[in-house]
Design a protein around this ligand. Sequence first.
Ligand SMILES: NC(=O)C1=CN([C@@H]2O[C@H](COP(=O)(O)OP(=O)(O)OC[C@H]3O[C@@H](n4cnc5c(N)ncnc54)[C@H](OP(=O)(O)O)[C@@H]3O)[C@@H](O)[C@H]2O)C=CC1
Ligand SMILES: O=C(CO)COP(=O)(O)O
Length: 343
Amino acid sequence: MENIAVLGAGSWGTALALVLADNGHRVRLWGQRAEQIEEINQRRTNEKYLPGVRLTEAIIGYHDLCAALDGVSVTVLAVPTKAIRGVLQKARACLAAPVTVVAVSKGIEPGTHKRVSEIVAEEMGEWLEDVVVLSGPSHAEEVVLRHPTTVAVSSPNMEAAQRIQDLFMNHHYFRVYTNPDLVGVEVGGALKNIIALAAGISDGLGYGDNAKAALIARGLAEIARLGCALGANPLTFSGLAGVGDLIVTCTSTHSRNWRAGYMLGQGKKLDEVLESMGMVVEGVRTTKAAYELAGELGVKMPITEALYEVLFEGKEPKEAVDSLMARGKKQEMDDVINIFAEP
Ligand SMILES: NC(=O)C1=CN([C@@H]2O[C@H](COP(=O)(O)OP(=O)(O)OC[C@H]3O[C@@H](n4cnc5c(N)ncnc54)[C@H](OP(=O)(O)O)[C@@H]3O)[C@@H](O)[C@H]2O)C=CC1
Ligand SMILES: O=C(CO)COP(=O)(O)O
């Protein structure tokens, strides 16, 4: 049994805290709002993020970050990508010894184009023992119901990934695979949010399953193109962190990215949509990051480009779909063949 700190008491941090508690660990769930921590400790609930879910006794809420981190060797980082640097700067100042960080956020930072594990390494410096990423098709709402779920863990140090696999593996409902392709696991998890926003837009416009299947298939092609340009193994995109997460996020009403896209497709403005969500919609910032990266690396990402125009340049969603459909002829496997070609 270990003491584990989970930083971020939103949907995913709370769901993962439950998995760890089910596995017999003592979990310190840190959140930035005192009233939420009081609710967790006194009522054993987190109504804003996971209504109706009862938190087990092994989960203790902490508002004091240093107290939450005191003596732990593993900490799960479960805040939105844009909050990671700030949280780690405060966390680092509390530590007496290096810790292993399990990074579960799915995003790429605009401007720097860094993946989450790179941001963690940069902010933690000498205070980082290991960084392990955990990603895959896993809506918090289903994990807390203990419905069968599978994820992948990866790390520059695969022994650390195996240790984290053991911590999270639950033979009743939470199955954890290792995957040595860190870049692919992170890129797959981050970029599927872009396609989920696009799938939501398509549904919001009233288009059907054909359109969504097209977005999933061609979305996967452009995710793989950018991922491989960044050094990922193409096979990762046919796995849990690739097509697995892409399917769940594009087809589930649990997905905040899909829901945000749906509202955009129905004609709502981005600011209005984000305000009404009350939870993170990672795909918006990741669209910006991927658009910049694709431009820099000369990778074709037509869906990402169309979504960028909708999100940041005021293009009407219907017009963006029309432009995607009006493009010139292509051979479906064109750039896919390049991915598999020997360097
Ligand atoms: N939800 C899911 O099913 C899954 C989510 N993820 C990923 O996990 C990450 C977190 O998502 P999720 O938990 O769903 O997001 P939520 O929006 O549900 O919760 C976000 C949490 O982060 C906290 N937070 C936000 N900004 C800060 C900050 N500056 N300092 C401290 N805490 C902060 C929020 O606190 P407050 O309430 O005070 O605002 C809240 O507790 C994302 O990258 C997401 O892509 C990955 C897999 C599944
Ligand atoms: O990553 C997720 C499921 O695997 C959660 O997706 P959303 O952030 O769109 O809700």
